[in-house]
Design a protein around this ligand. Structure first.
Ligand code: NAD
Ligand code: MG
Length: 394
């Protein structure tokens, strides 16, 4: 039996994880479920999975959950709250695997706690790695933890790599990584047509159903930018060896090109239960509930180059990666604030990259040599982004 804590269990990745676990009750046991403030959803999940712990990030939500669980006779489930509660369930001695599926920077500390405790870290929360980079990789290596990518592209790359150890790619014959991107819902819109797009239009992804933050990131292509940075850290690949390939059907989830000209691809229906089941069972294989790929229905696969002008977030992410240090934490923080402002209809879609670029211009990156330095950069970038958004409104 493998014991799992699911951080962010009420989200899109969290629910897909529980779907896989429910199919394999003899193999996986849920030890902890966590959410920000969705009490109702967490109660339902507690009824089904009977975890030992349930954590609400918000204190008041934790109080509500605790009394609700008592009323329905589930008082043996221990209710915790805050970052401390999340860190605790990420590092419990009885836990083998931690699904890191909190969205955004809020996931950094609990995900790091899982790495420090030497767990198998199932990493969906790309923002955590984008922010902390080398520090995160060091914690994984120092504590003999395992880092398994959940992001479909990175999981695909992992499956196509010759070695599952982080290594010098040249020494194992890998030439470059081909990171595929659906292009998001606005792939074929002109800059002019992007002017007035609404949050609901941005969140209507053609192939994937996801949380609202990552959906907007897909529409701006910042998601792909964050993924380039994620691939750099996961696979030790320089920015120049990561080529983004727009592939609207989302059937090939990414590719690895070798020195001999071979290109290995991992394919499948766009359903996150495949990478989740893969990472949980690795190196074995299990069922996931995903239907068979019907190539006759798909019929064709298209590829095109990314457009860095219409999707300037992608350019900003490459810039941040090349610049190094705290640049990627600054990029991530400014993006989170800008996306939030867009979702609240405070700024327009095209102002998202403007806010990010302006924050990046105003802050000098420094060596990201400690967690404090990273958290400080995150905090400062957020406050500059807020000012920037206010000045846009004036
Ligand atoms: P989501 O918004 O659907 O879910 C987020 C989860 O995090 C929820 O359970 C929520 O309660 C919790 N949460 C939010 N803020 C929190 C806070 N401050 N403290 C504690 N918990 C908090 O998001 P999602 O689409 O499931 O994405 C989760 C992560 O996985 C993101 O980092 C995203 O980039 C990554 N990811 C998602 C997909 C996908 O298909 N959804 C694919 C690849 C990667
Ligand atoms: Mg992805």
């Amino acid at each position: 039996m493998e014991n799992i804590s699911v951080l962010g269990s009420t989200g899109s990745i969290g629910e897909s994880t529980l779907d896989v676990v429910a199919r394999l009750p003899d193999r996986y046991k849920i030890i902890a479920l966590t959410a920000n403030r969705s009490v109702e959803k967490l109660i339902e999940q507690c009824k089904t999975f009977k975890p030992h712990y349930a954590v609400m990030a918000e204190e008041s939500a934790a109080e509500k959950l605790e009394s609700a669980l008592r009323e329905i006779g589930l008082s043996e489930i221990q209710v915790l709250s805050g970052v401390e509660g999340l860190e605790k369930v990420a590092s419990l001695p009885e836990v083998d695997q931690v699904m890191a599926a909190i969205v955004g920077a809020a996931g950094l500390l609990p995900t790091l706690a899982a790495a420090r405790a030497g767990k198998r870290v199932l990493l969906a929360n790309k923002e955590a790695l984008v922010m902390s980079g080398q520090l995160f990789i060091d914690e994984i290596e120092k504590n003999n933890a395992e880092l398994l990518p959940i992001d479909s592209e990175h999981n695909a790359i992992f499956q196509c790599m010759p070695s599952h150890k982080r290594t010098d790619l040249r020494s194992v014959g890998v030439k470059r990584i081909l990171l595929t991107s659906s292009g998001g819902p606005f792939l074929n819109r002109t800059l002019n047509e992007l002017c007035g797009v609404t949050p609901d239009q941005a969140c209507a992804h053609p192939n994937w159903e996801m949380g609202r933050k990552i959906s907007v990131d897909s529409a701006t292509m910042m998601n792909k930018g964050l993924e380039v940075i994620e691939a750099h850290w996961l696979f030790n690949a320089p920015a120049d060896d990561i080529q983004v390939v727009v592939h609207p059907q989302s059937v090939i989830h990414s590719m690895v090109e070798y020195d001999d000209g071979s290109v290995l691809a991992q394919m499948g229906n766009p359903d996150m239960r495949t990478p989740i089941a893969h990472a949980m069972a690795w190196p074995e294989r299990t069922i996931s509930g995903v239907s068979s790929l019907n190539l006759f229905d798909i019929a064709r696969l298209d590829f095109e180059k990314p457009d860095f002008e219409r999707f300037s977030c992608l350019r900003l992410a490459y810039d941040a990666l090349r610049n190094g240090g705290t640049s990627t934490a600054i990029l991530n923080a400014a993006n989170e604030v800008a996306v939030d402002a867009f979702l609240n209809e405070t700024i327009s879609f095209l102002n998202i990259p403007k806010v990010i670029e302006s924050v990046m211009d105003q802050m000098a990156a420094v060596d990201a040599n400690s967690l404090n330095v990273v958290l400080e950069a995150d905090k400062e970038a957020r406050s500059i982004a807020v000012e920037e958004i206010q000045s846009l409104g004036r």
